[in-house]
Design a binder for this molecule. Structure first.
Ligand code: ADP
Ligand code: MG
Length: 365
């Protein structure tokens, strides 16, 4: 899968911009604050319909405008045109000019794998951040997963609302609560199984990749869930034992909405024992393992975005990574300086030099 061109209208600092990309390495250079990340962010938003910069959607719209549009031409066997527009009226996505009603039907179509400096905190961050990462990655691999997540969120909301009602109205019959609980458990079991399989697949590639980048072994990622290896009846019993607590709290104490993943080296949790460098390596290798899943199991090449990698890893390691990446991958790299990149890797790269909303394109020779 390749993005061959990108057209922006009033996206962030770009009033109007069209770029034609290379199918191989694209390097976006320019000083800090010039709009490099904005370009790769646009590709990401076109794929995921949301930014990775955790901010509100409206900040994506140029501050002088009320509407923004991102258009991209994607080659995946055949060409398709993707379009995402955002205004006060909301978000609209189109494929080949046909509106897609549900974002969840749209999201798995363009596959991107992104690494940003913010990702390096993921091991230290809250479980919510790690779950978000997991959800985004699995959704791209499997559309039905995203539908399940939405369904789970809906039932969870209903269950929490009913718990609150039960707190106020002590006479409310719990029958409806158990109907919702059973639904929640059924969907939760499926979500758990998807997550467990995904983590197992990551681990198949993880240690070898980590070794090839760092020269060390022993890395692993583990899935932590109250649902793991549990039968439906066991889980329902657990919900029953938590009923009083749940009613007092007005929310559901157990479920896959509390799942987490733990990164470890030689079984030592990287969150507590890992150096900052080890944590960064662990995350980048996790993303690289995902690429392997796409290539080996889906026979697909996702679009790889490496945003400002040089601000968080040393040049040697990065060049090591770039050298090892599959030659068929389309890659986007943003950096302030080409001097970080090995000249052999740079040969034939397409370089976009950003100068105050103007982009100068050249092929590196
Ligand atoms: N909604 C917006 N409207 C106009 N400019 C914006 C908007 N959002 C961000 N910017 C500008 O984008 C620039 C940052 O772009 P970014 O891509 O993060 O830079 P970098 O090249 O360092 O990656 C800043 O100058 C910021 O003011
Ligand atoms: Mg940046």
């Amino acid at each position: 899968m390749k993005i061959t061109s990108l057209k922006l209208n009033n996206f962030r600092n770009y009033k109007s911009l069209t770029l034609e990309f290379s199918n191989k390495q694209n390097i976006i250079i320019g000083p800090n604050g010039v709009g490099k990340t904005n370009i790769v962010e646009a590709i990401y938003v076109l794929a995921i319909t949301k930014s990775f910069r955790g901010s509100l959607d409206k900040v994506l719209i140029n501050s002088d405008s009320n509407e923004m549009v991102i258009e991209g031409r994607i080659k995946d066997k055949i060409f398709h045109n993707y379009k995402l527009s955002l205004s006060e009226d909301g978000k609209i996505v189109k494929v080949d000019n046909n509106k897609v009603q549900r974002l969840s039907d749209y999201i798995s179509q363009i596959n991107v794998i992104l690494f940003t400096p913010e990702d390096t905190n993921i091991i230290k961050d809250s479980p919510t951040c790690r779950r978000n990462m997991l959800n985004i990655e699995i959704s791209q691999l499997d559309q039905s997963y995203l539908h399940m997540l939405n369904e789970y969120a809906k039932v969870l909301k209903q269950r929490n609302a009913f718990l609150k009602l039960m707190y106020v109205n002590k006479l409310a019959s719990p029958d409806y609560l158990w109907i919702l609980t059973e639904k929640l458990v059924d969907i939760g079991i499926q979500i758990c199984s998807y997550r467990q399989k995904f983590i197992e697949r990551i681990n198949e590639y993880y240690d070898d990749i980590y070794y090839s980048i760092t020269g060390k072994r022993g890395i692993k990622v583990s899935y932590v869930s109250a649902y793991k290896n549990k039968e439906k009846n066991e889980l329902l019993k657990k919900y029953r034992s938590y009923l009083d607590k749940d009613i007092i709290l007005g929310k559901t104490s157990i479920g896959v909405h509390h799942d987490d993943i733990v990164f470890s080296i030689d079984n030592n949790n990287l969150r507590d024992y890992g150096s900052e460098g080890e944590q960064k390596n662990a995350i980048i290798c996790f993303k690289l393992a995902e690429i392997e899943i796409y290539i080996k199991e889906k026979k697909k090449y996702p679009i790889l975005i490496l945003d400002d990698l040089f601000s968080c890893l040393d040049s040697k390691k990065i060049n090591n990574i770039l050298k090892k990446l599959n030659k068929n991958l389309q890659i986007f790299i943003t950096t302030t300086d080409l001097k970080h990149i090995n000249t052999r890797i740079l040969t034939n790269c397409t370089v976009f030099n950003i100068k105050k909303e103007k982009v100068v394109k050249q092929i590196y020779e």
